[in-house]
Design a protein around this ligand. Structure first.
Ligand SMILES: [Zn+2]
Length: 254
């Protein structure tokens, strides 16, 4: 029963995430207004706006102008549904589930905005920082996964400083900007959520994943060393891996 609720909530929040991904970088309002086709601007009728299902029924095309709808809309809704189901499956009906479901929506929105536009809006990272710190005071928190408030505060500061130092040294030696302050704010928010211990782990994992993905295109010379790469998605991948394996990682450390 609760799996069905998790499925429905995940798909609704997934389509909300789609609206944010599309409108936030363009400074459009995300307030409730009817969705429209990005090509022909026709308003999408409610029965064509059912998450996941409508994409199949319409064959991935707009009903009026037949333009192909970006597969991204479907992928975002799918990831959102899967993460809601997975979080509920692991943590059940707990405050941890609620928090991680909320975090997954933020992550999905930031992931796709940074991937497409190379920016991470403050309007996403700042609330994430506040929630991450404020939740440290909630009772009955999963103390394995979530830190106490002092650890959370140190994590937030450390996350920002680490990226800020990388940017600074990169500027000094290469006279270029490698990463943006958006990345620093994102890692800071994650530090607030999971404490300082996650920072070195996430830096390591995200660098390895970034290298694995970027190296093939470097070899093909489609990108030079100075090509800008959005680093936010790698930080998010690193954080998801941390959340999945943090217990094994902590045993390994201590
Ligand atoms: Zn259309």
């Amino acid at each position: 029963m609760f799996y069905i609720i998790a499925f429905i909530l995940g798909s609704i929040w997934g389509s909300f995430a789609n609206v944010c991904i599309h409108r936030l970088p363009n400074d459009e309002s995300i307030a409730i207004k009817r969705s429209y086709c990005p090509k022909c601007s026709t308003r999408i009728k409610w029965f064509d706006n059912i998450p996941l299902l409508s994409f199949f029924i319409l064959g991935g095309k707009c009903r009026s102008c037949k333009v192909k709808i970006d597969i991204r809309y479907f992928i975002v809704e799918l990831i959102s549904v899967l993460s809601f189901l997975l979080v509920y499956h692991i943590y059940g009906l707990t405050i941890t589930t609620l928090l991680l479901a909320l975090l997954s929506i933020f992550f999905i929105i930031i992931f796709f905005i940074d991937l497409n536009h190379f920016i991470i809006p403050d309007s996403l990272t700042f609330p994430l920082m506040i929630i991450g710190f404020a939740k440290s005071f909630a009772p009955n928190l999963d103390s394995n996964l979530f830190p106490i408030y002092l650890n959370s505060l140190i994590g937030g500061i450390m996350g920002y400083l680490v990226i800020w130092l990388i940017i600074l040294s990169y500027k000094k030696f290469k006279n270029k900007e490698g990463m943006g302050l958006g990345d620093a704010k994102l890692l800071s928010a994650i530090g607030f959520w999971f404490g300082w211990i996650c920072i070195p782990f996430i830096i390591f994992i995200s660098s390895v994943v970034a290298l694995l993905i970027v190296t093939p295109s470097l070899i093909k010379k489609s990108k030079t060393m100075s090509s800008q790469i959005p680093f936010g998605p790698y930080i998010i991948i690193g954080c998801v891996i941390y959340i999945s394996f943090f217990d094994k990682f902590k045993i390994f450390l201590f």
